[in-house]
Design a binder for this molecule. Structure first.
Ligand SMILES: C[S@@+](CC[C@H](N)C(=O)[O-])C[C@H]1O[C@@H](n2cnc3c(N)ncnc32)[C@H](O)[C@@H]1O
Length: 292
Protein backbone atom coordinates (compact mmCIF):
# COMPACT_ATOMS: atom_id res chain seq x y z
CA UNK A 1 0.00 0.00 0.00
CA UNK A 2 1.55 3.30 -1.08
CA UNK A 3 1.16 6.13 1.36
CA UNK A 4 2.89 9.33 0.28
CA UNK A 5 5.73 9.92 2.71
CA UNK A 6 4.87 12.39 5.45
CA UNK A 7 6.38 15.73 4.53
CA UNK A 8 5.65 15.50 0.80
CA UNK A 9 3.20 17.98 -0.72
CA UNK A 10 0.74 15.15 -1.52
CA UNK A 11 0.77 13.98 2.09
CA UNK A 12 0.35 17.47 3.45
CA UNK A 13 -2.56 18.23 1.20
CA UNK A 14 -4.29 14.94 2.15
CA UNK A 15 -3.50 15.57 5.82
CA UNK A 16 -5.14 18.99 5.60
CA UNK A 17 -8.34 17.52 4.16
CA UNK A 18 -8.47 14.77 6.78
CA UNK A 19 -7.74 17.20 9.63
CA UNK A 20 -10.47 19.50 8.40
CA UNK A 21 -12.95 16.60 8.42
CA UNK A 22 -11.94 15.67 11.96
CA UNK A 23 -12.27 19.24 13.16
CA UNK A 24 -15.64 19.77 11.49
CA UNK A 25 -17.05 16.57 13.03
CA UNK A 26 -15.50 16.64 16.50
CA UNK A 27 -13.92 20.03 17.15
CA UNK A 28 -10.55 18.31 17.52
CA UNK A 29 -7.40 19.84 16.13
CA UNK A 30 -4.74 17.39 14.98
CA UNK A 31 -1.46 18.42 16.55
CA UNK A 32 1.63 18.04 14.39
CA UNK A 33 2.64 14.95 16.37
CA UNK A 34 -0.70 13.30 15.72
CA UNK A 35 -0.69 14.28 12.05
CA UNK A 36 2.49 12.21 11.68
CA UNK A 37 0.67 9.24 13.16
CA UNK A 38 -2.21 9.73 10.74
CA UNK A 39 -0.89 7.24 8.25
CA UNK A 40 -0.66 4.44 10.81
CA UNK A 41 -4.10 5.27 12.19
CA UNK A 42 -5.68 5.23 8.73
CA UNK A 43 -4.10 2.04 7.44
CA UNK A 44 -7.07 -0.19 8.41
CA UNK A 45 -9.49 2.25 6.72
CA UNK A 46 -7.44 2.24 3.51
CA UNK A 47 -7.42 -1.55 3.58
CA UNK A 48 -11.15 -1.92 4.28
CA UNK A 49 -12.20 0.55 1.59
CA UNK A 50 -9.53 -0.51 -0.93
CA UNK A 51 -7.73 2.84 -1.25
CA UNK A 52 -4.15 2.70 -2.50
CA UNK A 53 -3.03 5.95 -0.94
CA UNK A 54 -4.06 8.44 1.70
CA UNK A 55 -4.39 10.86 -1.24
CA UNK A 56 -7.06 8.68 -2.88
CA UNK A 57 -8.94 8.59 0.40
CA UNK A 58 -8.80 12.38 0.79
CA UNK A 59 -9.89 12.90 -2.84
CA UNK A 60 -12.86 10.56 -2.36
CA UNK A 61 -13.89 12.35 0.83
CA UNK A 62 -13.94 15.61 -1.11
CA UNK A 63 -15.75 14.19 -4.11
CA UNK A 64 -18.67 12.37 -2.59
CA UNK A 65 -20.52 12.20 0.68
CA UNK A 66 -20.29 8.80 2.25
CA UNK A 67 -21.31 9.01 5.90
CA UNK A 68 -19.89 5.55 6.65
CA UNK A 69 -16.49 6.44 5.25
CA UNK A 70 -16.52 9.81 7.06
CA UNK A 71 -17.28 8.04 10.30
CA UNK A 72 -14.59 5.40 9.80
CA UNK A 73 -12.01 8.13 9.15
CA UNK A 74 -13.10 10.17 12.17
CA UNK A 75 -13.09 7.09 14.44
CA UNK A 76 -9.61 6.19 13.21
CA UNK A 77 -8.22 9.67 13.81
CA UNK A 78 -9.60 10.17 17.32
CA UNK A 79 -7.28 9.49 20.20
CA UNK A 80 -9.16 7.00 22.39
CA UNK A 81 -6.38 6.42 24.87
CA UNK A 82 -7.80 5.39 28.24
CA UNK A 83 -7.20 2.94 31.06
CA UNK A 84 -8.85 1.64 34.21
CA UNK A 85 -8.35 3.91 37.23
CA UNK A 86 -6.30 6.30 35.10
CA UNK A 87 -4.59 8.68 37.55
CA UNK A 88 -5.40 6.56 40.56
CA UNK A 89 -5.20 9.49 43.00
CA UNK A 90 -8.22 11.03 41.24
CA UNK A 91 -10.29 7.90 41.93
CA UNK A 92 -9.06 7.88 45.52
CA UNK A 93 -10.20 11.49 45.91
CA UNK A 94 -13.59 10.67 44.38
CA UNK A 95 -13.95 7.72 46.73
CA UNK A 96 -12.65 9.27 49.94
CA UNK A 97 -13.76 12.87 49.61
CA UNK A 98 -16.14 13.70 46.78
CA UNK A 99 -18.65 10.85 47.11
CA UNK A 100 -18.93 11.18 50.92
CA UNK A 101 -19.65 14.89 50.40
CA UNK A 102 -22.34 14.10 47.84
CA UNK A 103 -23.86 11.54 50.22
CA UNK A 104 -24.12 14.19 52.88
CA UNK A 105 -25.61 16.78 50.54
CA UNK A 106 -28.21 14.81 48.62
CA UNK A 107 -31.36 14.33 50.62
CA UNK A 108 -33.05 12.80 47.57
CA UNK A 109 -30.53 9.93 47.58
CA UNK A 110 -29.72 10.07 43.91
CA UNK A 111 -26.18 10.06 42.59
CA UNK A 112 -25.77 11.30 39.03
CA UNK A 113 -22.41 11.00 37.28
CA UNK A 114 -21.44 11.94 33.72
CA UNK A 115 -18.28 10.65 32.10
CA UNK A 116 -18.00 13.03 29.12
CA UNK A 117 -15.55 11.77 26.48
CA UNK A 118 -15.57 8.28 28.03
CA UNK A 119 -13.78 6.55 25.14
CA UNK A 120 -13.98 2.75 25.52
CA UNK A 121 -15.52 3.00 28.99
CA UNK A 122 -12.68 2.31 31.44
CA UNK A 123 -13.37 5.52 33.39
CA UNK A 124 -17.06 4.76 33.87
CA UNK A 125 -16.37 1.11 34.72
CA UNK A 126 -13.74 2.19 37.28
CA UNK A 127 -16.37 4.35 38.98
CA UNK A 128 -18.92 1.54 38.87
CA UNK A 129 -16.41 -0.90 40.42
CA UNK A 130 -15.75 1.45 43.35
CA UNK A 131 -19.46 2.00 43.89
CA UNK A 132 -20.24 -1.72 43.72
CA UNK A 133 -17.41 -2.56 46.08
CA UNK A 134 -19.19 -0.39 48.62
CA UNK A 135 -22.69 -1.58 47.94
CA UNK A 136 -23.88 -1.25 51.58
CA UNK A 137 -22.90 2.39 51.66
CA UNK A 138 -25.13 3.04 48.65
CA UNK A 139 -28.08 0.98 49.81
CA UNK A 140 -31.28 2.88 49.02
CA UNK A 141 -29.55 5.20 46.56
CA UNK A 142 -30.48 5.59 42.93
CA UNK A 143 -27.26 5.68 40.91
CA UNK A 144 -27.13 6.93 37.33
CA UNK A 145 -23.95 6.91 35.28
CA UNK A 146 -24.08 8.46 31.82
CA UNK A 147 -20.99 7.91 29.65
CA UNK A 148 -20.75 9.65 26.27
CA UNK A 149 -18.28 9.80 23.43
CA UNK A 150 -18.37 10.92 19.82
CA UNK A 151 -16.62 7.79 18.59
CA UNK A 152 -19.15 5.15 17.56
CA UNK A 153 -16.51 2.40 17.67
CA UNK A 154 -15.38 3.41 21.17
CA UNK A 155 -18.97 3.43 22.44
CA UNK A 156 -19.64 0.04 20.86
CA UNK A 157 -16.64 -1.41 22.65
CA UNK A 158 -17.61 0.29 25.92
CA UNK A 159 -21.12 -1.13 25.74
CA UNK A 160 -19.86 -4.62 24.96
CA UNK A 161 -17.48 -4.32 27.92
CA UNK A 162 -14.88 -6.57 26.31
CA UNK A 163 -11.26 -5.76 27.07
CA UNK A 164 -7.99 -7.36 26.03
CA UNK A 165 -5.60 -8.81 28.58
CA UNK A 166 -3.31 -5.84 27.97
CA UNK A 167 -6.14 -3.40 28.89
CA UNK A 168 -7.09 -5.12 32.14
CA UNK A 169 -3.44 -5.25 33.13
CA UNK A 170 -3.32 -1.45 33.03
CA UNK A 171 -4.66 -0.15 36.32
CA UNK A 172 -7.08 -2.86 37.37
CA UNK A 173 -6.45 -4.64 40.69
CA UNK A 174 -6.44 -8.44 40.44
CA UNK A 175 -9.27 -8.64 43.00
CA UNK A 176 -11.45 -6.40 40.87
CA UNK A 177 -10.62 -8.36 37.74
CA UNK A 178 -11.67 -11.61 39.37
CA UNK A 179 -14.76 -10.11 40.96
CA UNK A 180 -16.12 -8.01 38.10
CA UNK A 181 -14.91 -9.64 34.88
CA UNK A 182 -15.36 -13.00 33.26
CA UNK A 183 -13.06 -14.66 30.70
CA UNK A 184 -14.24 -14.11 27.14
CA UNK A 185 -12.00 -16.10 24.77
CA UNK A 186 -8.58 -14.49 25.11
CA UNK A 187 -10.23 -11.33 26.47
CA UNK A 188 -12.23 -10.32 29.53
CA UNK A 189 -15.83 -9.19 29.72
CA UNK A 190 -17.25 -6.86 32.34
CA UNK A 191 -19.97 -8.52 34.42
CA UNK A 192 -23.59 -7.78 33.47
CA UNK A 193 -24.19 -6.09 36.89
CA UNK A 194 -21.59 -3.45 36.08
CA UNK A 195 -22.64 -3.08 32.47
CA UNK A 196 -26.20 -2.44 33.54
CA UNK A 197 -25.09 0.46 35.72
CA UNK A 198 -23.86 2.58 32.82
CA UNK A 199 -25.76 4.26 30.02
CA UNK A 200 -23.24 4.50 27.16
CA UNK A 201 -24.28 6.87 24.39
CA UNK A 202 -22.65 8.19 21.28
CA UNK A 203 -22.89 11.95 21.65
CA UNK A 204 -21.05 15.04 20.45
CA UNK A 205 -20.12 17.62 23.06
CA UNK A 206 -20.88 20.28 20.43
CA UNK A 207 -24.32 18.90 19.62
CA UNK A 208 -25.31 17.23 22.87
CA UNK A 209 -28.43 15.10 23.04
CA UNK A 210 -27.64 12.61 25.81
CA UNK A 211 -27.17 14.64 29.00
CA UNK A 212 -30.24 15.76 30.87
CA UNK A 213 -30.63 17.78 34.06
CA UNK A 214 -27.77 18.30 36.48
CA UNK A 215 -24.98 15.87 37.43
CA UNK A 216 -23.34 15.69 40.86
CA UNK A 217 -20.00 14.65 39.42
CA UNK A 218 -18.76 15.28 35.89
CA UNK A 219 -15.55 13.80 34.54
CA UNK A 220 -14.29 15.30 31.31
CA UNK A 221 -10.71 14.13 31.41
CA UNK A 222 -8.18 14.31 28.61
CA UNK A 223 -10.78 15.60 26.16
CA UNK A 224 -10.35 19.41 26.19
CA UNK A 225 -6.67 19.01 25.35
CA UNK A 226 -7.39 18.72 21.64
CA UNK A 227 -9.80 21.64 21.30
CA UNK A 228 -9.11 25.32 20.57
CA UNK A 229 -9.51 27.67 23.57
CA UNK A 230 -12.90 28.81 22.20
CA UNK A 231 -14.11 25.22 21.92
CA UNK A 232 -12.88 24.46 25.45
CA UNK A 233 -14.93 27.39 26.75
CA UNK A 234 -17.92 26.10 24.79
CA UNK A 235 -17.63 22.62 26.35
CA UNK A 236 -17.23 24.10 29.83
CA UNK A 237 -20.37 26.16 29.25
CA UNK A 238 -22.23 22.95 28.37
CA UNK A 239 -20.90 21.18 31.46
CA UNK A 240 -21.93 24.15 33.61
CA UNK A 241 -25.45 23.95 32.19
CA UNK A 242 -25.58 20.38 33.49
CA UNK A 243 -24.25 21.26 36.93
CA UNK A 244 -25.93 22.34 40.16
CA UNK A 245 -24.36 24.56 42.76
CA UNK A 246 -22.58 21.65 44.53
CA UNK A 247 -21.44 19.73 41.43
CA UNK A 248 -17.82 18.78 41.04
CA UNK A 249 -16.00 18.79 37.69
CA UNK A 250 -12.81 16.80 37.15
CA UNK A 251 -10.54 17.39 34.16
CA UNK A 252 -7.39 15.56 33.03
CA UNK A 253 -4.07 16.17 34.73
CA UNK A 254 -2.86 18.57 32.03
CA UNK A 255 -6.13 20.47 31.70
CA UNK A 256 -7.59 23.49 33.43
CA UNK A 257 -10.59 25.77 33.25
CA UNK A 258 -8.38 28.78 33.72
CA UNK A 259 -8.42 31.00 30.67
CA UNK A 260 -11.47 29.26 29.22
CA UNK A 261 -14.46 31.31 30.29
CA UNK A 262 -15.79 31.83 33.79
CA UNK A 263 -18.17 28.93 34.23
CA UNK A 264 -16.03 27.00 36.73
CA UNK A 265 -13.58 27.88 39.50
CA UNK A 266 -10.90 25.76 41.16
CA UNK A 267 -12.68 23.82 43.89
CA UNK A 268 -12.04 24.99 47.43
CA UNK A 269 -12.13 21.46 48.91
CA UNK A 270 -11.07 19.05 46.18
CA UNK A 271 -7.57 19.50 44.83
CA UNK A 272 -7.62 19.55 41.03
CA UNK A 273 -11.43 19.65 40.99
CA UNK A 274 -13.61 22.51 39.80
CA UNK A 275 -16.85 24.01 41.08
CA UNK A 276 -19.41 25.87 38.99
CA UNK A 277 -19.56 29.61 39.56
CA UNK A 278 -22.40 30.34 41.96
CA UNK A 279 -25.59 29.32 40.22
CA UNK A 280 -27.78 31.85 38.53
CA UNK A 281 -31.09 30.24 37.73
CA UNK A 282 -33.26 27.21 38.13
CA UNK A 283 -33.55 24.79 35.26
CA UNK A 284 -36.92 23.97 33.78
CA UNK A 285 -36.77 20.69 35.73
CA UNK A 286 -36.52 22.61 38.99
CA UNK A 287 -32.97 21.56 39.90
CA UNK A 288 -30.48 24.34 40.37
CA UNK A 289 -28.76 24.90 37.07
CA UNK A 290 -26.72 27.64 35.56
CA UNK A 291 -27.92 29.38 32.46
CA UNK A 292 -25.38 29.02 29.67
C1 LIG B 1 -8.05 10.62 25.24
S1 LIG B 1 -9.70 10.05 25.35
C2 LIG B 1 -10.03 10.25 27.09
C3 LIG B 1 -10.83 9.11 27.66
C4 LIG B 1 -11.11 9.20 29.17
N1 LIG B 1 -11.85 10.38 29.50
C5 LIG B 1 -9.82 9.16 29.93
O1 LIG B 1 -9.36 10.18 30.42
O2 LIG B 1 -9.24 8.06 30.03
C6 LIG B 1 -10.60 11.46 24.66
C7 LIG B 1 -11.98 11.06 24.16
O3 LIG B 1 -12.70 12.25 23.81
C8 LIG B 1 -13.56 11.92 22.73
N2 LIG B 1 -14.01 13.12 22.02
C9 LIG B 1 -13.30 13.93 21.22
N3 LIG B 1 -14.06 14.91 20.70
C10 LIG B 1 -15.31 14.73 21.21
C11 LIG B 1 -16.54 15.41 21.05
N4 LIG B 1 -16.66 16.49 20.25
N5 LIG B 1 -17.63 14.94 21.71
C12 LIG B 1 -17.53 13.83 22.51
N6 LIG B 1 -16.38 13.14 22.68
C13 LIG B 1 -15.28 13.58 22.05
C14 LIG B 1 -12.68 11.02 21.87
O4 LIG B 1 -13.43 10.21 20.98
C15 LIG B 1 -11.92 10.20 22.92
O5 LIG B 1 -12.54 8.96 23.16
Amino acid sequence: MAIPPAGTAAFQSAARILSALLEARTGQILSEGRAWRMETALRPVLRTYGFQTIDDLAATLLRKRDPRLDEAVVNALLNNESSFFRDLQVFDMIHRQILPQIQQDKADRTLRIWSAGCSTGQEAYSLAIRLRNEAERWQGWRIEILATDISSSAIEQARAGIFAQMDVQRGLAVNDLIKWFEPHGDDWRVSPQLRRMIDFRRDNLFDPKAPSGAYDLILCRNVLLYFTPERRAEVLRLLARHSHDRSVLLLGAGETVIGHGDDFLPHADFRGGYAPQPFMAKSAAGSMCRVG
